[in-house]
Design a protein around this ligand. Structure first.
Ligand code: 5AD
Ligand code: SF4
Length: 460
């Protein structure tokens, strides 16, 4: 039986796909990249912006076409969009299974039932904002622990979830409505999982959570924070780099987390901490609980505790009511923050969120587009300046694998393909070296830079 898995969206989704991948392989399925020879196609979907949903809908149109000649092919939609649209998605001609993020542990039995009983299968949460039940949490925990146990293809890096869902309710955001409210995983389950991955040769672990820095787990007298998790994970032999995403600007635990970053060789000096806007009026309308000034002071604190820290951010342009003055405040913040990189998105109203219910999407598409381009240009200049500081320096890189454009450089008569890796501060580095170094740490001398990518050659 062949399964084709396709993923849209964030790291959380990629991790869910990896879990499904592991579970299906262990159940004897073979994975294929091509829908053409797949018996089952599973699409892991994203609802964060309308565009992501449209891409899935057009893919479903394509699959419907394929199913005309192969009606027995099973198509499952899993993830955020499955939870958001539920029954409506099940009515789509191409779709056999709709399974929300909390029901993912059921995916194997849903596939079997859809195949054997030739009927459509729906598994979503009816009351997603109600705390998930102990049974659901246990099923998710068990499913999570399958991960990474298959024999082949041990990657050098892996993701480990520390919490699910989100309690922040930023007014634009669909996440709590599709992934539920916050549930933190028990620290021993997280540590055990990292230990297992380390035993299998994983060198870098990225801890994942929608607001990862608010991780909190009470155990008797002790309350575990992300700082405690990072310290404990840092003790694990074999793990050399620890990263964590994404952080919410909050004072709670912040200094402790920064202190572990400063003290531990293993915790990478990289902080992804979205501001979303530089206008206090818009921040308030977004239900972000801080002002631009307070946010910038938090970045100062991070830089004081961790010299050399690289900071990344996210922004939404064209939020309802955003004037030119508000947008200018965002530009000012970006200029002051000196991010190494910022992800910029155009506001997309999401049905069911507070912003969509209460605020009209007032900023026209062309203004959102213009603000997006303008903010990108401001950030690009900063990214470029920061990248240039790496020129001539030697950097430690974890080699990920062949670069997309990997060409063979045979200037010296040898075949050195182009590889790609990342620095501790999450810069992508492209350089020529033997493929056998994939998954290893190497030292690279930086010879050329662009705003987001460094280029270099193997040192020593
Ligand atoms: N419209 C546009 N961007 C959004 N994001 C979240 N919700 C929306 C939305 N409705 C952005 C935020 C978040 C990132 C993952 O996606 O910037 O940090
Ligand atoms: Fe990730 Fe958010 Fe998209 Fe869900 S909606 S996949 S949580 S980005």
């Amino acid at each position: 039986m062949k399964v084709c898995l396709q993923t849209y969206g964030c790291q959380m989704n990629k991790l869910d796909t990896a879990l499904v991948d592991s579970a299906l392989k262990q159940a004897g399925f073979n994975l294929t990249d091509s829908v053409k020879d797949a018996d089952v196609v599973l699409i892991n979907t994203c609802s964060v912006r309308e565009h992501a949903e449209q891409r899935v809908l057009s893919q479903l149109g394509h699959l419907k076409h394929i199913k005309e000649s192969r009606p027995e092919m099973i198509v499952g939609v899993i993830g955020c969009m499955a939870q958001r649209l539920g029954e409506e998605l099940l009515e789509h001609e191409a779709v056999n299974i709709v399974c929300g993020p909390i029901q993912i542990p059921k995916i194997l039995s849903l596939i079997t039932e859809a195949m054997n009983e030739k009927k459509k299968e729906l598994a979503v949460s009816e009351k997603i904002l109600k705390k998930s039940s102990d049974k659901e949490n246990q099923a998710l925990e068990e499913f999570e622990s399958f991960y990474g146990l298959e024999e082949e293809n041990i990657p050098s890096q892996a993701f480990v979830r520390v919490m699910r869902g989100c309690n922040n309710f930023c007014t634009y955001c669909i996440v709590p409505y599709v992934r539920g409210t916050e549930v933190c995983r028990p620290p021993e389950a997280i540590i055990e999982q990292i230990q297992k991955l380390a035993n299998r040769g994983v060198k870098q672990v990225t801890l994942l959570g929608q607001t990862v820095n608010s991780y909190k787990y009470k155990q008797g007298e002790k309350t575990w924070s992300l700082a405690d998790l990072l310290s404990a994970a840092g003790e694990i032999e074999g793990i050399q780099w620890l990263k964590f995403v994404t952080s919410y600007p909050s004072e709670e635990f912040f200094e402790d987390i920064m202190q572990v970053m400063a003290d531990s060789e293993k915790v990478c000096k990289y902080l992804h901490i979205p501001a979303q806007s530089g206008s206090d009026k818009i921040l308030k309308a977004m239900n972000r609980n801080y002002t631009a000034q307070w946010y910038l002071e938090l970045l100062d604190k991070a830089r004081a505790i961790v010299p050399g820290i690289a900071i990344a951010g996210d922004f939404i342009v064209g939020f309802p009511g955003e004037t030119e003055e508000d947008f200018q405040a965002t530009i000012d913040l970006v200029q002051k923050a000196r991010y190494r990189n910022a992800f910029i998105f155009k506001y997309s109203p999401r049905p069911g969120t507070t912003a969509d219910k209460r605020l009209e999407d007032t900023v026209p598409a062309e203004i959102k587009q213009r603000r997006n381009v303008e903010l990108l240009a401001v950030q690009e200049k900063i990214s470029d300046e920061l990248s240039r500081e790496f020129l001539g320096k030697e950097e430690i890189i974890l080699v990920e694998g062949l670069s997309k454009k990997s060409h063979i450089n045979s200037d010296d008569g040898k075949n050195h393909p182009q590889l790609v890796g990342r620095t501790e501060t999450d810069y992508i580095v492209v350089f020529n070296c033997p493929v056998s170094l994939a998954g290893e740490f190497v030292k690279v001398k930086i010879t050329r830079t662009s705003p987001l990518t460094l280029f270099g050659e193997l040192a020593e």
